[in-house]
Every structure is written in C-alpha cells, then in structure tokens.
Design a protein around this ligand. Structure first.
Ligand SMILES: Cc1cc2nc3c(=O)[nH]c(=O)nc-3n(C[C@H](O)[C@H](O)[C@H](O)COP(=O)(O)O)c2cc1C
Ligand code: SF4
Ligand code: SF4
Length: 254
C-alpha cells in the first residue's frame, strides 16, 4: 500500500505515518509535491490518502492533482483519512466522490481531529496541553481503526448521504461562497517581513515571490497555512488580521 498526502502543518503527514507504521511496515508515503509519486501511481493498486479538510472541501492543490492524473485512478482501491480541527461532515466523502468519479473504489474513511492549522483566528487556538491530548486521541483512534481493518471491517466515516448532508449544511453552504476568493487574499505585512525567503521556498503553489527584498503574494494560494505558520516574523495572514499562534504537529509530540 502506498500512502499519499498533502499537508500544510504536518498533521496529515503525521497521522498517515502513524497509520502505516502500525498497519504495514513496508508501506511508503509520498507527498503530492514529490515528483516520484507518479511512478508509484502506475505501479500500485492500493492507496491511502491523508489530507486536511478546508470547510469540508478538498484543498485546490489536491483536487487539481487528482484531476490532472485522472487516468491513474480507475480500479484502484483507496482508503481516505481526513484530518480536521473540529468538524467536517463528509471530509473523507468529498475526496472519495472525486476519486470515485475517476473510477477508484473507496474502501473506507477515517476522520481524525487534530490541532487547528489556522494560525490567525483566536477562537480556533487551543492550549498546548489540549492539543497534545487531541493528538493522543487521534493515535488511539488510529490504533482502533487498524484492529478493525485487519478483521476486514473498514471504518466508513464521512462516506454516505447523511455525512454528505452534514458537510453541505454544516459547512459548504455557508463557507463555499464566502471563501471563494480567499486564494487571492494572502497578505504580507511589509513592515514585519525581513526578506528571509522562507515562505517562497516552502509554498507548494509557488504563490510567493520576492520583490524589492520583501515577500509578495500572488493569487493562487491553496490556503494550506504553511507559510503563515512558519514565517519567523509572523508577517503573513489570510483569514485573520494577525497571527495568534503558529502551529506545527511537532510541537504536540514532545
Ligand atoms: C483554510 C482552512 C480551512 C479549514 N476548514 C476546516 C473545517 O472546515 N473543519 C475543520 O474541522 N477543520 C478545518 N481546518 C483545520 C484543518 O483541517 C486541520 O487543522 C488539519 O488537520 C490541518 O492539517 P495539516 O497539518 O495536514 O495541514 C481548516 C484549515 C484551513 C487552513
Ligand atoms: S517568511 Fe516571513 S519574513 Fe521571511 S520572506 Fe516570508 S514573509 Fe518575509
Ligand atoms: S501562500 Fe502560504 S498558505 Fe498559500 S499555498 Fe503558499 S504556503 Fe500555503
């Protein structure tokens, strides 16, 4: 089995790694940003995806990756892990439907609550202790799921009509319209930016360039929050006006 992930702050990478280490030591994991992944898609029939839900939808970069490689999914078996800060309704389902559209067979879905990656909204920030507990609980949930999967019982979280209704009415109906232009709204505070170029190097969308010694954002952000969480000067924001707390899964593993 090949693990495939997209991740902004490491949650989705971490849970996939934990899952596969317990499920099968031989498994390897690839980021969708890794060019070597395409070869793996050709040579394998079974995959596990891990990704962060964004308002109960799939981040644009992952959606584009799946559509761009649309001929790769026919007949492939796919299990989906959706990570989330609180609630997604049909996180696994929304990616499952896209893959199914391209011929994949969805074997199951698992929803894992993890620390929230949105760094610039106070209401979403939790204490270090609480986030550590959240990660601990995710680990327990993975362990339980694997015991069931090994008995042939795949969890089906996020799959099916009731989850879909929850995802639509709980999230997409309200946020779909509101957030449609957010890919253009990443802001860099030029007074805080010291021109270190870190954000340029880590952005998976090549959405940031340096101009006159300062970072400058374009209009194709996939809202992964990677740069916002890693900028050493907390100069980047998207949804909120200032960075409240920078997140990275490593902080919650110690
Ligand atoms: C733009 C954006 C939208 C998000 N929307 C949701 C959401 O609808 N529901 C939820 O529970 N978490 C939401 N989150 C939180 C992330 O899904 C969660 O923190 C995820 O585990 C981050 O994974 P990563 O570290 O792999 O990027 C959102 C995060 C971002 C950046
Ligand atoms: S990471 Fe922050 S300080 Fe460095 S270039 Fe980007 S915005 Fe400026
Ligand atoms: S600009 Fe920042 S938040 Fe947007 S895609 Fe790039 S790294 Fe992610």
């Amino acid at each position: 089995m090949i693990g495939i992930y997209f991740s902004g702050t490491g949650n989705s990478t971490y849970v996939l790694d934990v899952f596969l280490q317990q499920y099968n030591d031989d498994s390897v994991i690839f980021s969708i940003e890794d060019e070597k992944l395409i070869e793996q898609l050709n040579n394998h029939d079974e995959f596990i995806f891990s990704y962060p839900v964004q308002y109960s939808t799939v981040p644009k970069i992952l959606r584009d990756f799946i559509n761009k490689n649309s001929n790769m999914w026919n007949g492939k078996k796919v299990f989906i892990i959706a990570t989330m800060g609180l609630f997604s309704g049909d996180g696994a389902g929304v990616l499952g439907r896209l893959l199914k559209h391209h011929g994949a067979i969805i074997t199951g879905g698992l929803h894992l609550k993890m620390p929230d990656s949105i760094a610039d909204e106070k209401v979403l920030k939790r204490s270090l202790k609480k986030n550590k507990k959240i990660v601990e609980n995710a680990n327990k949930k993975i362990k339980k799921a694997i015991i069931e999967i090994k008995k042939g019982k795949y969890p089906k979280e996020g799959l099916g009509i009731l989850y879909r209704i929850a995802g639509f009415f709980g999230q997409r109906l309200w946020f779909g319209y509101k957030t449609r232009n957010y890919s253009k709204q990443l802001k860099v505070d030029k007074d805080k930016c010291v021109g270190c170029s870190k954000c340029v190097k880590i952005c998976p969308m090549k959405n940031i360039q340096m101009k006159d010694g300062k970072a400058n954002a374009n209009e194709k952000c996939t809202m992964c929050y990677r740069c916002i969480n890693q900028c050493p000067k907390q100069a980047i924001t998207l949804l909120g006006k200032k960075v409240i707390e920078q997140t990275s899964v490593e902080k919650y593993l110690k």
